[in-house]
Design a protein around this ligand. Structure first.
Ligand code: NDP
Length: 517
């Protein structure tokens, strides 16, 4: 690829700091982009703010119509996008296509079709102030900042961006320093659509660029990343009174009940655990298998895992690609060492590959909660399995975590699956499937506990991209003076007292009305 981007008109930097993008599968330098200084980051936000002033007053139908041009361009140039994601992330092209571009395009389609309804002013019936009419209006916030991680460098920032744009905001994205070229491609495509260039700003850089974005006067931030970074970012948002959504780490448990379909469960564990080499916030991070099916499930998971083809995803026929950088490999190794030292068995995998930044898909058996692998986020291709003697035990262990993003339940009894789902502390629980909830454009996605707060996707997220404004008006001709206005008097006070008793005492209506006299 070999790109050197100056990002002119979009935070061009004269500083010598460069964001470098390397292909994790080959080590090849794919491109370099100048990192924005603080002033440059602020200038991108300022230009976005000016562009938003015109965008935000367009009728919503017109905004949606114009944004469909972005969809057309994404569909036309999908293979360029897939190539850059696949190279920069080291993931198979099919994953880049389906999990990143298709989900983004679908989200854009859903919002463009439904936003006029979702954001239409909403009448609210008032139970006390019956002489008044109230309505909630949804007004754009202004500039929405988006700070995003490297594991899904397209769908995460673009999914947030399309919601913000449909709602009438401008966006400024700070992509991960590890995967800047994917957003550079998205920006290039945006600029080709004829939509206002400054409406879609990008600030390339490191953590400081993200900090500069938070301090630039944005009206909202959507942050996706690690828990520790999220705490720092939330504190910075607090200091600047910037409302924020926090999409943080996950430790998704999978409960395999005694009555699960073992074949489907095994395949789901292997897919959910090793997709994107396990570098997914909602990947299967721990399995609780009922003792009656444990051995059968384990041996099937082992066999299926051994069949996975690991390597450079550029060619066809690769299932599991590269690990983003060496530190992620070290984290996986540490978890495995700790688990083995406490009695876990490596069923398959367990080590890095000699031919590059790859790690063998690993299955661990005999795991328990004394091991870090069952408690801390792995974010790599390691699936630890613990045998449990009851579903109660599985639920207790699933909830024994500081994280609560996704959770999975496998059982042939869907009603039981729903009962278990209701007892799991997670933002999203999926029955007999894995990961798919992220692709449900209509449904909210987000975490509880230290997995974060706020939601993306669905109606609530779109409304959250707006300021809610109540407009209160009269249903009847207004008198020249309301009874609660000045001047106060003992008479009006006694009347208010009687009114309170009549309204809020218990008893039949006639009896209560008598209190007015
Ligand atoms: P990080 O938290 O390291 O980085 C996330 C983003 O924050 C990057 O753009 C990073 O920039 C930026 N950043 C770092 N420091 C600061 C700062 N002080 N102020 C503002 N921005 C800052 O996460 P990773 O990129 O390593 O992503 C992996 C994590 O993301 C995992 O924990 C995973 O679970 C989580 N995640 C959560 C998802 C969810 O939906 N809940 C989805 C996907 C991932 P830079 O890269 O330049 O340091």
């Amino acid at each position: 690829m070999g790109l050197l981007l100056h990002a002119e008109g979009n935070g061009a930097s004269t500083s010598q700091r460069l964001v470098k993008s390397f292909a994790p599968a080959t080590g090849e330098l794919l491109g370099e982009i100048h990192a924005a200084t603080r002033d440059e980051a602020h200038a991108v936000v300022e230009r976005a703010r000016r562009a938003q002033a015109a965008w935000g007053v367009l009728p919503i139908e017109e905004r949606c119509e114009r944004l469909l041009r972005l969809r057309d361009a994404l569909v036309d140039r999908v293979e360029e996008i897939v190539e850059v994601i696949s190279k920069e992330c080291g993931k198979p092209r099919g994953e880049a296509l389906t999990q990143e571009v298709t989900v983004t395009v679908d989200l854009l389609t859903y919002y463009c079709k439904n936003a006029p309804r979702i954001l239409a002013p909403r009448d609210i019936g008032l139970h006390l102030l019956k002489h008044k009419a109230s309505a909630v209006h949804y007004a754009p916030r202004g500039v929405v900042g988006i700070i995003s991680p490297w594991n899904f460098p397209f769908v995460i920032p673009m999914g947030d961006a399309v919601a913000a744009l449909v709602a009438g905001n401008a966006v400024v994205i700070k992509p991960s320093e590890v995967t800047p070229l994917t957003i550079a491609k998205a920006k290039e495509i945006w600029d080709s659509t004829g939509l206002p260039e400054d409406l879609f700003g990008v600030v390339y850089g490191f953590g400081e660029a993200g900090q500069a974005l938070i301090e630039s006067g944005i009206q909202k931030l959507v942050f996706t990343g690690a828990v520790d970074t999220g705490k720092r970012v939330a504190a910075a948002c607090g200091a600047n009174l910037v409302p924020c959504v926090m999409e943080l780490g996950g430790k998704a448990p999978l409960i395999a009940c005694a009555d699960c379909d073992v074949e489907r469960t095994a395949r789901a564990i292997v897919f959910g655990g090793f997709v994107n080499a396990g570098q997914v916030c909602i990947s299967v991070e721990r399995v609780y298998a009922h003792e009656t099916i444990h051995d059968k499930l384990l041996s099937r998971v082992r066999d299926l895992t051994k069949e996975l083809r690991v390597g450079n995803p550029e060619g066809d026929g690769v299932d599991v690609g590269a690990i983003i950088f060496p530190k992620q490999i070290e984290i996986a190794e540490k978890h495995i060492q700790d688990a083995v030292s406490k009695g876990a068995e490596i069923v398959t995998g367990g080590k890095r590959r000699p031919d590059g930044q790859f790690f063998e898909p690993t299955v661990l058996a005999n795991c328990n909660h004394s091991m870090t692998v069952m408690k801390q986020e792995i974010f790599g291709p390691v699936v630890p399995i613990q045998k449990v003697s009851s579903e109660e035990e599985a639920i207790r262990l699933a909830n024994d975590s500081h994280l609560g993003l996704n959770a999975y339940v496998f059982t042939k009894d869907r009603a039981k699956g729903k009962r278990i789902a209701a007892r799991i502390d997670a933002g999203n629980v999926v029955i007999n499937d894995v990961l798919l909830n992220y692709a449900a454009a209509e449904a909210p996605f987000g975490g509880v506990k230290q997995s974060g707060y706020g939601r993306i996707h669905g109606e609530d997220a779109l409304r959250e991209m707006c300021e809610t404004r109540q407009v209160l008006s009269s249903r009847v001709p207004e008198p020249s003076k309301d009874p609660f206005w000045f001047p106060y008097s003992g008479k009006s006070y006694r009347w208010q007292l009687r009114a309170l008793r009549a309204l809020f005492s218990r008893g039949p209506l006639l009896e209560r009305l008598g209190k007015l006299l």
